[in-house]
Design a protein around this ligand. Sequence first.
Ligand code: T1G
Length: 692
Amino acid sequence: MAAINAVTDLTVEGDIGVVTLNSPPVNALSAQVREGLKAAFEAAIADPAVQAIVLICDGKTFIAGADISEFGKAMTGPSLQDVQNTIENSPKPVIAAIHGTALGGGLEVALVAHYRVAVPSAKAGLPEVNIGLLPGAGGTQRLPRIVGVEKALEMVTSGQHVPAKAALAMGLFDSLVEEGALRDGAIAFARVVLAEDKPLAKVRDLNAKVEAARGKPEIFAEFRAANAKKFRGFLAPENNIKCIEAAVNLPFDEGLKEERRLFVELMSGSQSAAQRYVFFAERQAAKIPDVPDDTPTLPIKKVGVIGAGTMGGGISMNFLNAGIPVTIVEMKQENLDRGVGVIRKNYENTAKKGRLTQDDVEKRMGLLTPSMHLEDLADCDLIIEAVFELMEIKKDVFGKLDTIAKPGAILATNTSYLNVDEIAACTQRPENVIGLHFFSPANVMRLLEIVRGEKTDKSVVATAMKLSKTIGKVGVLVGVCFGFVGNRMLAQRQREAQKLILEGAMPWDVDRVLYDFGLPMGPFAMSDLAGLDIGWDPAKTSSSTVREVLCEMDRRGQKNGRGFYDYDEKRNAKPSADVEKVILDFAEQRQIQRREISDEEILERCLYPMVNEGAKILEEGKAIRASDIDIVWINGYGWPVYRGGPMFWGELVGLDKVLARMKEFQALHGDDFKPSALLERLVAEGKGFKDA
Ligand code: T1G
């Protein structure tokens, strides 16, 4: 065995040269890996004893892509294309042996090999689109030559990881070898190749599948139309599509040049910078400075959920999906039955779409135990209350749980706003109390705000963070304050939106500006969706806000066909002349002189106070880092990932510009716009939020 460099070695087994990479955690194509690969293949090609070459990786996966942490830095060592040319021009057969996930540049390296073999558990994909890029090492030119244009379009624009069996069926893999015996299987495959002594075929020379699509622009037009909504606002999907078009219409080397041009266009743009930032930010959110990775965690084998309403049902589904039994408790039989019925209906709807089998549905429902007695939660490891958002009710529940739950059980509240420390104080075990704030619909939204109480034990925090991964959520640790991180910042935007429609804008103006910015919907459409009458009391209503007046007019939102908008039977929204009149009358009664308000002012008035509130959250220590705040907004509120999150975006705008406008707005509209001390300091020092 010859050690080529610290991460690469070459061994010769009989007449097979085996190049092995070992660069944890994912064998990413760092400079060192590229150097090692180039040198190892040059050595194997030059060695007369070697007749064929196997490329394999140690650790958990085949090469999982270029080293994203190197982007934006001066490149050292051989380029990836240089390494690929060495492999692709080998006069000896090269077999890529794949386990784990061959992704991005990793799959692109495998595509310049002559053959690809894998274990059944392996996956392959070109997920560059998820970081705002495209496969920049020939993937867009080689992939369609193997799998065809339609599958290539799907793969490069979705970033999907294709399982080995499907990869074999589409020709991406040439053979599957026994699980756990990849090395031997690949060497045996190499020997068969030698015995067959076929001429070496390069993927770049396979033209049949791209030529078959030539002169059929409808393939691309239909794909674009079918995905317009999903790709809205993103730049990378379109550039990926253009690359596949180039593979169809241009000779290979011309196509490669077009791929390079479109790659550089994305790499130099802010969208990819934002999406690469989010890639690392999401992983950073799992790191808690004073709760090390080896903090002991508690086994969660049985969960109790109190409340079978929308939230309780959605929360329960997360655990059922992960195979964790749930006892769900309601006080009234009819509510319990309805809640269980909704859970079943949700699963059956998913099964109808083919994403679950009926057997899966029954398995999950079999893990659910309905009950009318809190006492049935006595053996649960974790109990989550999802009762009405009233402190008195929550305190009553926790007081009872304190006497019922077994020692060591974690007691969690799903409150969206309320003080977790106050709730914890109703028990003798505040160290076991934590907030688990799910976002509606709780079985869909990825965000889980994990609210750390003053006395919450580190093992409880560690358990909650680990559990978030188990149930497929993105857990972000936040501190106790009104609305924690997400809702506290949302309140800033909601307040400004309400003021703007009195000052001169209409709800549909504000919604359009925020929708065009990239949010899934604006504040007024969101209110109609949730229901204008949440928290509205007909007995106490006094026409004190536009929203109250609309409720008094029985305009409750989408649920009854009219709210801020009028809705047709397909729930298509249309601005309402009645609402416009309500707003104009409301402003007149309050002597508000309406004026023309620009889209730019709408955006700045709604978003800058959010950035400012994020800065306050940071200086109060209610979030560990600015990027955690961004992860909250991307996963909990649909902030466009290609804008990186409110804090990333604020820095992109320029904190100095944000501060200046906040001061202008403060002079005009009062202290709602008072800049945070942190924002003032960072601007004065010319720093960013990472220096907070
Ligand atoms: N570069 C650098 N670091 C990476 C990395 C990468 N490509 N992928 C993962 N890591 C780090 C990650 O930050 C974490 O670090 C650790 O590895 C474990 O990751 C030219 C231009 C492979 C499915 O987009 O999808 O190739 O936090 O927690 O859940 O065309 O990582 O431990 O310090 O995610 O088991 C294309 C991205 C790159 C794949 C494993 N490739 N990675 O998931 O572990 S661009 C990708 C993943 C490219 C070419 C283009 C996942 C994974 P730390 P993890 P995991």
